[in-house]
Ligand binder design. Structure first.
Ligand code: ZN
Length: 830
C-alpha cells in the first residue's frame, strides 16, 4: 500500500479493475428489483463542462447507491448527435458534421470514463447511427398511417441566416437563438405531429408524477394551458362572421373593438384597398413571436374601417388589425375589452378607443383611466346580468349565447401541434417520397433506413440535401414512376424523445423495442437541467404514450423520479465561455483526480440547488481524501488483522459491559451518523451525506486519545467497523479511493459488492427521548429523537413531522428555539 494518496494511480487501477470485470454491465434479471438511472444525454459539442460533470456525477452517485442497495442497476449513456451546432461547425471548419461529431463523442467518452462514471457502454449509441434513426423513421410511418402526422402550410419563424424554420422557443427577443438574425414570418409546408390529441392526457397524468419537482410540473401545466371558455360569433357587415374565443364572457358587454391578426383572411382581403394597412401588415411580418416578447412589446394597430355586431347588444364594434394577435393562435381574432385586459387597455389608450368598464372589484373602487381591472368581480352596465358575480355571469352569458346559437362552449389548449421537420442537413431524413401522380408516399418499411449521406460538402449554409440529386431522385413506391425524396430532416427533439427506451435494447434490429423495454421502463431516476422542463420532458412523455398506444410498452409515463440539478455558478454567475468564468474539469482531474472533483461537487450544495464554485472547496475536498488515505495507511495492519478474524471473534465475544465507555460512546455516535446518512441518501441530500462521513472520520480520530487501563479496549473493533462504514457511505461518491482502500485493507475484493451498512447493533440502540413541539408557543406535536441528538437533527425531525410540516407549510420560519431535553419552539412570521 502506498503511504501517500496518489489519485492518478488509484483511479487508473480501479478503472482497469472495473473494465476487466465488466463491473457495470447490466443484464435483465427478473428475480431482482431493477433500477434504471439515466442522465440526460449530452450534445457532443466539444468537451465536458462543469455543468455536465455535475449532472453526470449526481446520476452516477444515485446509480452506485442503488447498486449497493442490491438492485439490478442500469446506467447507460448515449449521444444527442444531430443538430445545428455540428452543421455550423462544419461550415466554419470545413469538416463534415459526422466527422466532427464522432471526434467529439470519442473525446467526451474518454472524459466520462476518466470521471469513473459507472456506465454500461455496451448499450451506447449516437442518435446519428442509422440503426437508431431507422426505428424513428419506422415509427413515423406508423404514426402517419394512424393520421397522427400531417402536412400543412404554416406560418413559421424563418431564420434568414441559418435558412431554417425555428420553433417559437428558439426565437429569443425576435432573433434566431443561434444566428442572432432578425426572424421573419413565412408560409411553408410543414410536417406536424398531433400532440394536441394527447393534451388532455398529458395534463391529467402530471398528477401521477409525485416525484417530479413542482416547478417542472407547473411549467408543463402552463405550457399545455387548458382553459374553458366560449367561441362567440360576431356578425360583420357585408363579410363572413368572425369567431372569437374568450375565457371571460363576463366581460362581453365591455367589448369596444375586435382585433384580428395581420395574417387574418379579413385583413388580407382589405389590404388591396388600403395602402396604409398593406404597410402595417408588412411590418408585422417581422414581429417578435415569443410569448414573453408579446407581453412587453409596443401594442400597435390600424382600423379596418369595418364593423362587427355585438351579439347581445346589436351595437356596431370597430374591427382593428393588431400586432399582438397571432393567426395561428385560436381563430386569429379576439375581442378587445380595454377596461379588463392590460394589452387591450394599452391599445385603447394609444388610439383613443372607448374604455367601457363592466366589472367592478368587490370594494367597487377602480380608476379605469389608470389601468385595466383584470380580475373577476361584480358586473355593471351589462343588461340583465348587471349585479351578478363574474362566475355566475359567465354561466348565464354562456347559456344565453348558446341558446341563441351565437356561441359554443369549448375547452382550449395553449399547446400547438409539434412541427417536426427542419430544413437542415444534419438530422434523420423524413421517410417520405413525393410523386407527381400519387402525392406524398411513405417509404416502404423494407427500404428503411433512409440513410443520410455523411460524405457531404457545404456550399454556404444551406442543407446539401436540398441540391443532392443522388439523394433526391428515387422511384415512387406506388406507381414506380420517377419521384423525389423529402429533403427535410427531423427536429432533433424527436430523437431525444425516445432514446431512453431504445437504450434498453439497442441491438434489436428486428423491432423498435422488445420485452427488455418493459423490464427496465419506466426510468426510475432521470437527471437533467431545468431548462428541459417543457420541451424535451413534455415530448418524451408524449412519445411514451405514443409507443404505449402502438403496443410497444406497457407504462404510461417514462420517468418516475426527476431530479433537476441546479446550475454551476462562479462568483454568482452561470459559468459560460462568453463570461470567461469557466473552470475546466479536465485540469482539475489532472491536478487532483476525479474523486476530489466528485466529492467537491456533491459536498458543495444539495443537488437541486445552484452550486457556487470555490477553489478552496476543491482543495478542502482533496485534503479530506488525503487525510482519509493516511489514516487508512497508519491503521492498515490493525484493520487487516481484524479483517482476518472470523466475524464472531471480533464482535460477538466482546464483553461490552466491561468495554471502555468512551470508546463505546464513540462507536455509538458513528451509528447515529450512519443512520442519518442513510436517510440523507434516500432523500438525495448528498451534501449532508458527505458531512456525515466527515463526522465519522473525526470520531475515528478521537479514539486515539482514549485509554482506560481498567476497561476492555475495543479500539480495534471500532476502527475496523467504523472505517468500513465510512468507506461504504463514501463509495458512491468517491468510488476509486474507496475501492482501493477496501481492497488494501482486506475488507473484500470490491466495495461494489459490499452490503450496504446495517444500522446499529442492539447493544448500541440509542436511547431516545420525547420532545414537545410548539409553534409560536402553542403545543402542536411531540417527536422522539436520540437523547443527545444534534441541533440540526432535531430541527430536521421537527420539520419533517407530519403535523408540524402541515402547519408550517408556506410559512417563513423566523427561528427555532431548542430547550435541550424538553421542547422545541418554532417561531414563524405571522
Ligand atoms: Zn407514384
Amino acid at each position: 500500500m502506498e503511504e501517500q494518496y496518489q489519485p492518478q494511480n488509484v483511479e487508473m487501477n480501479t478503472q482497469r479493475f472495473w473494465q476487466e470485470t465488466n463491473a457495470f454491465l447490466a443484464v435483465e434479471d427478473f428475480n431482482k428489483e431493477k433500477f434504471y438511472c439515466l442522465s440526460m444525454m449530452p450534445y457532443p459539442s466539444g468537451s465536458l463542462h462543469m455543468g455536465h460533470v455535475r449532472n453526470y456525477t449526481i446520476g452516477d452517485v444515485i446509480s452506485r447507491y442503488q447498486y449497493m442497495l442490491g438492485k439490478n442497476v442500469l446506467q447507460p449513456m448515449s449521444w444527442d448527435a444531430f443538430g445545428l451546432p455540428a452543421e455550423n461547425a462544419a461550415i466554419a471548419n470545413k469538416i463534415a458534421p459526422a466527422v466532427w461529431t464522432k471526434k467529439n463523442i470519442a473525446h467526451i467518452r474518454q472524459q466520462m470514463n476518466r470521471m469513473g462514471f459507472a456506465y454500461d457502454w455496451t448499450r451506447e449509441f449516437a442518435t446519428c447511427d442509422p440503426s437508431y434513426y431507422r426505428w424513428e423513421q419506422w415509427f413515423f410511418l406508423q404514426l402517419y398511417k394512424k393520421g397522427l402526422i400531417y402536412r400543412k402550410n404554416a406560418e413559421v419563424n424563418w431564420d434568414p441566416v441559418d435558412e431554417t424554420v425555428l420553433a417559437n422557443e428558439q426565437v429569443v427577443n425576435g432573433r434566431g437563438w443561434r444566428s442572432g438574425a432578425l426572424v421573419e414570418r413565412r408560409q411553408i409546408p410543414q410536417w406536424f405531429l398531433k400532440i394536441t390529441d394527447y393534451a388532455e392526457e398529458l395534463l391529467r397524468d402530471i398528477d401521477q408524477l409525485p416525484h417530479w419537482p413542482q416547478q417542472v410540473k407547473t411549467m408543463q401545466r402552463n405550457w399545455i394551458g387548458r382553459s374553458e371558455g366560449i367561441e362567440i360569433q360576431f356578425e360583420v357587415e357585408d363579410q363572413d362572421p368572425l369567431t372569437v374565443y374568450t375565457t371571460r364572457p363576463d366581460t362581453l358587454y365591455g367589448v369596444t373593438f375586435i382585433a384580428v391578426a395581420a395574417q387574418h383572411p379579413l385583413s388580407k382581403k382589405m389590404v388591396s384597398r388600403n395602402p396604409q394597412l398593406a404597410q402595417f401588415v408588412e411590418e408585422c411580418r417581422n414581429i417578435k413571436v415569443a410569448e414573453a416578447d408579446m407581453a412587453t412589446m409596443e401594442k400597435r394597430g390600424i382600423p379596418l374601417n369595418l364593423n362587427a355586431i355585438h351579439p347581445l347588444t346589436g351595437l356596431p364594434i370597430p374591427i382593428w388589425v393588431a400586432n399582438f394577435v397571432l393567426q395561428e393562435y385560436g381563430s386569429g381574432a379576439l375581442m378587445g375589452v380595454p377596461a379588463h385586459d392590460e394589452r387591450d387597455f394599452e391599445l385603447a389608450k394609444k388610439y383613443q378607443i372607448e374604455i367601457k368598464p363592466v366589472i367592478l372589484p368587490p370594494n367597487r373602487e377602480w380608476d379605469f383611466n389608470q389601468a385595466a381591472y383584470g380580475d373577476e368581480g361584480i358586473l355593471i352596465d351589462s343588461d340583465e346580468f348587471t349585479g351578478m358575480e363574474s362566475k355566475s355571469a359567465k354561466d348565464a352569458i354562456n347559456h344565453k349565447l348558446t341558446e341563441e346559437k351565437k356561441g359554443i362552449c369549448k375547452v382550449h389548449y395553449r399547446l400547438r401541434d409539434w412541427s417536426i421537420a427542419r430544413q437542415r442537413y444534419w438530422g434523420a431524413p423524413i421517410p417520405i417520397i413525393y410523386c407527381q401522380k400519387c402525392g406524398a408516399q411513405g417509404v416502404p418499411e423494407k427500404d428503411l433506413p433512409v440513410v443520410l449521406p455523411e460524405d457531404v460538402k457545404f456550399d454556404g449554409v444551406k442543407s446539401p440535401l436540398k441540391t443532392s440529386r443522388q439523394f433526391i431522385d428515387t422511384t415512387c413506391p406506388h406507381c414506380g414512376g420517377p419521384a423525389e425524396r423529402e429533403t427535410d430532416t427531423f427536429d432533433t427533439f424527436v430523437e431525444s424523445s425516445w432514446y431512453y427506451a431504445r437504450l434498453t435494447c439497442k441491438k434489436q434490429n428486428k423491432a423498435m423495442l422488445d420485452a427488455r423495454a418493459n423490464y427496465w421502463l419506466p426510468v426510475d431516476q432521470y437527471v437533467g437541467g431545468i431548462e428541459h422542463a417543457v420541451l424535451h420532458l413534455l415530448y418524451a412523455r408524449f412519445f411514451h404514450k405514443l409507443m404505449r398506444d402502438e403496443g410497444l410498452i406497457h407504462s404510461d409515463e417514462p420517468f418516475t423520479r426527476l431530479l433537476s440539478q441546479g446550475m454551476v455558478l462562479n462568483q454568482g454567475q452561470k459559468m459560460s465561455k462568453s463570461k470567461g468564468n469557466t473552470v475546466d474539469p479536465q485540469a482539475l482531474i489532472d491536478q487532483y483526480g476525479a474523486d476530489t472533483v466528485r466529492l467537491f461537487i456533491m459536498f458543495a450544495a444539495p443537488p437541486e440547488q445552484s452550486l457556487e464554485w470555490s477553489d478552496s472547496g476543491v482543495e478542502g475536498a482533496h485534503r479530506f481524501l488525503k487525510r482519509l488515505w493516511s489514516y487508512a495507511y497508519e491503521h492498515r495492519e490493525l484493520v487487516q488483522k481484524q479483517n482476518m478474524l472470523p466475524e464472531s471473534n471480533a464482535f460477538g465475544s466482546t464483553h461490552w459491559e466491561n468495554a471502555d465507555p468512551m470508546q463505546v460512546d464513540l462507536f455509538r455516535q458513528i451509528y447515529v451518523v450512519l443512520d442519518q446518512a442513510k436517510y440523507d441518501f434516500e432523500r438525495q441530500q448528498f451534501n449532508t451525506v458527505v458531512s456525515g462521513c466527515m463526522k465519522i472520520f473525526n470520531l475515528l480520530n478521537k479514539i486515539e486519545s482514549t485509554h482506560n487501563p481498567q476497561k476492555i479496549d475495543i479500539r480495534e473493533i471500532v476502527i475496523q467497523k467504523g472505517l468500513s462504514i465510512l468507506l461504504r457511505l463514501l463509495a458512491p461518491i468517491t468510488p476509486h479511493l474507496t475501492h482501493q482502500l477496501w481492497v488494501e485493507l482486506n475488507y473484500g475484493n470490491t466495495i461494489l459488492d459490499a452490503p450496504w451498512p446495517r444500522s446499529s447493533p442492539i447493544v448500541f440502540k440509542v436511547e431516545t427521548i420525547e420532545l414537545v413541539v410548539q409553534i409560536n408557543g402553542k403545543l402542536r406535536s411531540r417527536i422522539r429523537v436520540a437523547h443527545d441528538a444534534a441541533t440540526d437533527v432535531i430541527e430536521e425531525a421537527v420539520k419533517t413531522d407530519p403535523k408540524v410540516s402541515q402547519l408550517i407549510e408556506g410559512k417563513d420560519i423566523k427561528k427555532i428555539i431548542i430547550v435541550p431535553g424538553k421542547l422545541v419552539n418554532i417561531v414563524t412570521a405571522q
